[in-house]
Design a protein around this ligand. Structure first.
Ligand code: NI
Ligand code: MN
Length: 232
């Protein structure tokens, strides 16, 4: 089997994974994202994966799903939130995996919170936050979602052959570069792409320093610019 996948980075935690015939987008945050160079209505995708309910991960999810007649893949409570808006959904839970037409998806734990903003400004329950392990076109990608470092990242590394790990490095709301380096070693991915940084001042980070620190540990790091694609 030919191994190939195209990864497009849209900024923040928004990443699109494409094969010749399928395309899925994870954590679409283009509207109101100062770093994004792509508009939400330019996105063509058959599935939308969302890691948790925070607005910097779901703001364009429903609109992209509806316009593309795509389904949203999320943990059950968050899926129900979108289903109530008339979006087609595929509910899953942590540890579960499923073979979709485009490939295989497994949900992992993430150490974070998850809620949706209610109209009165309070937080609505949205289940637990997750990460995704997606295998498509023979290539396996781990999108960690928003998370702090957790010890079971070792287990993810032991039980999966990860080609590309997308790891948050912003600090403050997720792991910073120091913990992301430890995560990278544990996960053992062939390539690490930093995400969830530089979008706003509180998560400003030096991605090239992170990539250099990875290289000192024998790990390939690639800091992608918003709008940039690479073939794996
Ligand atoms: Ni978050
Ligand atoms: Mn976030």
């Amino acid at each position: 089997e030919m191994r190939s996948m195209r990864i497009t980075y849209h900024g923040h935690s928004c990443v699109q994974l494409s094969s010749d015939i399928h395309s899925v987008i994870i954590d679409p945050f283009l509207s109101g994202n100062p770093a994004a160079v792509t508009k939400a209505d330019q996105i063509r995708a058959q599935h939308v994966l969302v890691t948790h309910g925070h607005s910097d991960h779901i703001i364009d999810a429903a609109a992209i799903a509806i316009r593309n007649q795509a389904s949203i893949i999320a943990v059950e409570e968050l899926a129900n939130h979108f289903a109530a808006q008339g979006v087609r959904v595929e509910a899953m839970h942590v540890g579960g995996e499923w073979e979709f037409d485009f490939g295989r998806v497994q949900l992992t734990q993430a150490t974070h919170t998850s809620s949706i903003q209610l109209e009165d400004g309070r937080n609505g329950y949205a289940g637990v936050p997750v990460g995704f392990i997606v295998t498509m076109g023979g290539v396996t990608v781990y999108h960690a979602g928003d998370t702090g470092l957790f010890g079971d990242m070792r287990m993810i590394g032991e039980s999966h052959d990860i080609d590309v790990a997308l790891l948050p490095i912003g600090g403050r709301f997720t792991m910073g570069p120091k913990d992301a380096l430890i995560a990278a070693e544990w996960i053992g991915a062939r390539c690490v792409v930093p995400i969830h940084y530089d979008t706003f001042p509180p998560i400003k980070q030096d991605a090239s320093a992170f990539v250099h620190a990875l290289s000192l540990r024998g790990i390939t790091g690639i800091a992608m610019r918003p709008g940039e694609s690479m073939n794996v």
